[in-house]
Design a protein around this ligand. Structure first.
Ligand SMILES: NC(=O)C1=CN([C@@H]2O[C@H](COP(=O)(O)OP(=O)(O)OC[C@H]3O[C@@H](n4cnc5c(N)ncnc54)[C@H](O)[C@@H]3O)[C@@H](O)[C@H]2O)C=CC1
Ligand SMILES: O=C(O)[C@@H]1CCC=N1
Length: 261
């Protein structure tokens, strides 16, 4: 996710590669980003924290505690740093507690389409985050897609919907293509048509402002093919499966925030 955000923001012109310093315990990840996108690499977390005033924390939720505990040993004034965490489930208060409670923290939930400028992100500022911090984060995420501010209690729901959602939609695209192949199309043509269909339908919702139910009605000719397909979707619980997927991901986000680290 860190790569997607950094590359997306550089390509959008919001960040200059000269202003980005990357650190990862896997040095190959930093080398790849440095070689392909011109960012600098830090040799240690200490070097990163002493060099940068804004830290985009993109480790897995279970590694956040370890990273923050290490940062706390550097004796850096925590108020100097804006810490933006994208870790699923990890609460602002738990981050503040790790590095003293006057840290400037923003909890965010982006998604990987940020890489191509079509991300969907939400964020919640911690109580010490300034207006400038909020503007910086809004502008960073706006440069790679859409961004909304939400109360922290909704961040797990955002994680279940737009954070995890690309994974659900990829399965839908793959499954639509499978249906095309089952009906006789080549795999290549089926995938091309399935992808463009999802892109086109999403763009219709976004650009017409019409409710998806109304757009759905416009596709259904009386006695036609679409309503036959929709009847099959309903019979097999597609709508229920989509709701359950978002709810399961939301519950998992809550559980990640409640685990010890
Ligand atoms: N993958 C996604 O679509 C999204 C992920 N997120 C969040 O982003 C975070 C990262 O997720 P992914 O990118 O999927 O995982 P990932 O496993 O691809 O990336 C995590 C990176 O952290 C590095 N790392 C681990 N411990 C470290 C340490 N102590 N110091 C420095 N680097 C360390 C790993 O080497 C790895 O490169 C998670 O907290 C996740 O909840 C949020 C939104 C979407
Ligand atoms: O699967 C995950 O845990 C991360 C958070 C949201 C999307 N990917």
């Amino acid at each position: 996710m860190g790569r997607a955000l950094v590359i997306g923001a550089i390509e959008a012109g919001n960040l200059s590669a000269n202003d980005v310093v990357a650190y990862d315990i896997e040095t190959s990840a930093v080398e790849k980003l440095a070689n392909e996108h011109g960012v600098s690499g830090a040799a240690s977390l200490r070097e990163l924290v002493t060099t940068c005033d804004t830290i985009l924390l993109c480790t897995k939720p279970g590694d956040v505690g370890e990273v923050l505990r290490e940062i706390a040993t550097f004796g850096t004034d925590p108020n100097r740093i804006l810490l933006i965490s994208v870790a699923a489930g990890v609460t602002i208060s738990s981050i503040e507690n790790f590095i003293f409670n006057h840290a400037r923290v923003i909890r965010a939930m982006p998604n990987t389409p940020a890489l191509v400028g079509k991300g969907a992100a939400a964020f919640t500022p911690g109580s010490n985050a300034t207006q400038e911090d909020v503007q910086f984060v809004s502008s960073l995420f706006a440069s790679v897609g859409k961004v909304v501010e939400v109360p922290e209690k909704l961040m797990d729901a955002v994680t279940g919907l737009s954070g995890s959602g690309p994974g659900f939609v990829y399965i839908m695209i793959e499954a639509l293509a499978d249906g095309g192949v089952a009906s006789g199309l080549t795999r290549e043509k089926a995938l091309e048509l399935a992808t463009q269909t999802v892109l086109g339908a999403a763009t219709m919702v976004a650009e017409t402002g019409l409710h998806p139910a109304l757009l759905k009605d416009m596709v259904c000719s009386p006695g036609g093919t679409t309503i036959a397909g929709i009847a099959a979707l309903e019979e097999h619980g597609f709508r229920h499966a989509a709701i359950q997927a978002v709810e399961a991901a939301t519950k998992r986000s809550i559980a990640l925030g409640q685990s010890k680290d």
